[in-house]
Design a binder for this molecule. Structure first.
Ligand SMILES: [Zn+2]
Length: 321
């Protein structure tokens, strides 16, 4: 259905959705189409879209503007939507965003509309370009039926980064924290700002940028300084996921056994330092954070075998006082 040149898709739209939005419930439909349409939600969950003209993209239910769908990001506003399955293209009139909504009856919905308007500002459609649907599991791949088949037959999602975190020697709560970080689910200021909880998404270390998960972990000048002080191979601005996967290609083999634990150690202490600044306005210096990383890793070596302990010890000794 996402292929605008498909004659089958054109037929389905004409036969079932001539005066409706794609996804609206149908009174009369064939058993086959009923079966196919039951997969629409799964299809949307598995894909995100680089929007071109916006004809094939659901404004509320596809992932196209942010990491999630707008219906989940702005639930109060969505409850006021007049056309639940409207396409992105149909939300634009003469170059201006016009989202069909009933009269807003809650302050939260009004706030959400304000946030959404800010997000849509500067977002323009390209009517001559096709929408491109991408696998959310592998951003390098376009969506394909073959990919879905492989996924459904695999029976699970293999995520090397998550596995690395769970296999580390960190305590459970820190593993859970690192896993949330990989998933981008930490309550950093950009998230809280989007939810209307705080007024500004600015980094608490006043570097002039927004505080996203990636910023906190690898992009903030403070984080970069800390990684570099520890003498670890590190690409500024890389994804948290990469720390547990591709970065392993850059480290000495002697570190491999303890790398996942080291990575959780650093992310955990970056987070503790950040919280100290946010909640107590106390700013740990970079040498203080390095010292805390050293202490934390030393503590966690209790769970390690002799070989891993030695590798961790060597790393700890290489860190500056
Ligand atoms: Zn910053």
């Amino acid at each position: 259905m996402s292929n605008q040149n498909s004659s089958w898709a054109a037929w389905v739209k004409k036969a079932h959705y001539s005066n409706k939005d794609f996804g609206d419930s149908l009174k009369k439909t064939s058993a086959i189409w009923k079966q196919i349409s039951s997969y629409i939600a799964l299809y949307r969950d598995l894909t995100s879209v680089n929007v071109g003209g916006g004809d094939t993209v659901s404004f509320w239910h596809d992932t196209w503007l942010t990491k999630g769908t707008l219906s989940s990001l702005f639930p109060a506003l969505f409850s006021h939507a007049l056309r639940l399955n409207i396409s992105v293209r149909d939300c634009v009139n003469n170059g201006l965003w016009e989202i069909p909504l009933r009269y807003l009856t809650s302050a939260r919905a009004t706030c959400e509309l304000h946030d959404l308007t800010l997000m849509l500002n500067g977002c323009h459609l390209s009517p001559d370009t096709s929408d491109l649907r991408i696998w959310r599991l592998d951003h390098s791949q376009p969506f394909s039926v073959r990919g879905v088949y492989q996924l459904t037959n695999f029976g699970g999602i293999l995520d090397n980064a998550s596995m690395a975190v769970w296999q580390s020697f960190a305590p459970k709560k820190c593993k859970f924290f690192a896993w949330l970080m990989i998933k981008g689910r930490i309550k950093v200021r950009t998230t809280l700002h989007l939810q209307g909880v705080i007024d500004s998404d600015a980094c608490p270390f006043e570097c002039g940028n927004s505080e996203s998960v990636r910023h906190l972990a690898t992009s903030c000048p403070r984080a970069i300084h800390i990684w570099q002080s520890l003498g670890l191979p590190f690409q500024a601005g890389c994804d948290v996921h990469d720390i547990f996967t591709s970065v392993k290609d850059l480290i000495p083999s002697a570190w491999l056994h303890v790398w996942d634990t080291v990575a959780v150690t650093i992310l955990w202490n970056l987070w503790l330092g950040r919280n100290r600044k946010v909640f107590d306005n106390i700013r740990y210096t970079v040498p203080m954070v390095v010292q805390q990383c050293r202490d934390t890793l030393k503590l966690w070596t209790v769970r390690m075998t002799k070989m891993e302990k030695q590798a961790a010890q060597l790393l700890i000794e290489s860190w500056p006082d």
